[in-house]
Design a binder for this molecule. Structure first.
Ligand code: F0G
Length: 378
């Protein structure tokens, strides 16, 4: 009997991924994440924009990295690899560690000294990775792991590995399937620039060639593939947002000492620089930047007004969309999707900053609790 339950990206999109048919899928059921409409935020702004978030924090290890990792690790294992390596600001290492555990191979992860969120480090440790904390930043780590992939028996699973981007492109497929079309704008945080590159690839594969209609051959077949119905005729404008202290795309050159509270995107020398620029140019998009205060305020807004808890790096996409909607750069009537790349629980230290205002200590009796309730509702 064939399995009809969802078994992850490779099962769902095997005909659009460059994996050998007999490759053993290494999967944790990643993908198929919710597209959540943010009514509260747009209502309070009084704007007529359909604003959605693709909640990638609901992947198995809590970030979008799992989409790429399932494909990269499946391919590495198919090639006979017994160890993988990555440099990471935290999420890639958590994901690599989990998928390596699943595959029964070793993972080596290089992380910047003291600059990764606690939840991510906990994941890498619990999944049994060898964690190498380097006296340097992500960009230093990237330089070293590229060398290791040449000189040690390890497969590199950073997003310079093309199988990573192949997996990550599937988020664009899911969005088109959920909306029945491509959004007008796609907003996302940009760090190493792999994800913006992968989304653009996904949207491009999903789009029909100009002039074709729904009954013409789509990009994948001669008109009879199961995705044919879902082929769309447009691609979104791609908008990339960065933290001001780590904004090489805004500076037009690498940033030597990147800094930001959004540690996931504390990156000064993005590996997919030219592909991200191409995505931006081809789609008519732009880049913009946000201060740490803007980022944290938007993270709070999303959690407290929409019930969606994302990590700081993810919130920059919504900060950007809201600013551009308010400014009219994103026009009324548009459909906008923001990627929330990672779960808020990854970085509990950031949430602790709000603890003083949110947590009060009361005596353990009904009167005290009732008083606290009435005071709050007053
Ligand atoms: N958001 C989160 C939560 C991330 O972890 C990352 C990247 C990004 C956004 C940026 O995506 O690099 O494709 O432009 N994190 C990597 C890591 C670098 O090591 O976990 P990008």
């Amino acid at each position: 009997m064939s399995e009809s339950r969802y078994t992850g990206l490779i099962g769902a999109y095997s005909d659009r991924l460059p994996l050998a048919a007999d490759a053993r899928p290494i999967s944790l059921g990643e993908g198929n994440t919710p597209l959540v409409r943010l009514h509260n935020l747009t209502d309070s702004l009084g704007v007529d924009v359909a604003l959605y978030v693709k909640y990638e924090g609901l992947n198995p290890t809590g970030s979008f990295k799992d989409r790429g990792m399932t494909v990269a690790v499946t391919q590495a294992v198919a090639e006979g690899s017994e160890a993988i390596i990555c440099a990471s600001t935290g999420n890639t290492s958590a994901s690599a560690a989990a998928y390596a555990a699943r595959a029964g191979i070793s993972a080596f992860v290089l992380i910047p000294d003291g600059k990764i969120a606690m939840g991510k480090l906990a994941q890498a440790i619990m999944h049994g990775a060898t964690v190498l904390q380097i006296r340097g930043n992500f960009d230093d780590g990237m330089r070293i792991v590229k060398e290791m992939a040449q000189t040690a028996p390890v497969s590199l699973v950073n997003s310079v590995n093309p199988y990573r981007l192949q997996g990550q492109k599937t988020a664009a497929f899911e969005i088109c399937e959920a909306l029945g079309r491509a959004p007008d704008y796609h907003c996302l945080p940009v760090g190493n620039a792999g994800n913006i590159t992968a989304y653009w690839m996904g949207y491009s594969e999903m789009a029909l060639a100009p002039g074709q209609t729904g009954t013409a051959a789509c990009s994948f077949c001669q008109g009879d593939c199961q995705y044919h119905q879902q082929a769309v005729s447009t691609r979104p404008v791609m908008v990339g947002y960065q933290a001001s202290g780590s904004a090489p795309f805004l500076r037009g050159e690498p940033v030597a000492q990147p800094e930001t509270v959004a540690t996931a995107i504390r990156i000064g020398a993005p590996q997919s620089w030219s592909q991200a620029l191409a995505a931006s140019r081809e789609s008519g998009g732009w880049f913009d930047e946000f201060t740490d205060d803007d980022i944290l305020e938007t993270q709070w807004l999303l959690a407290s007004q929409e019930g969606v808890f994302c990590e700081p790096a993810s919130a920059v996409s919504v900060a950007g969309a809201l600013r551009d909607i308010r400014a009219g750069r994103i026009e009324a009537g548009s459909t906008v999707v923001c990627t929330l790349t990672g779960h808020g629980l990854k970085d509990p230290d950031v949430a602790q900053r709000h603890a003083e205002a949110a947590v009060s200590t009361v005596d353990a009796d009904a009167d005290s609790v009732r008083r606290a309730i009435l005071q709050r509702l007053d």
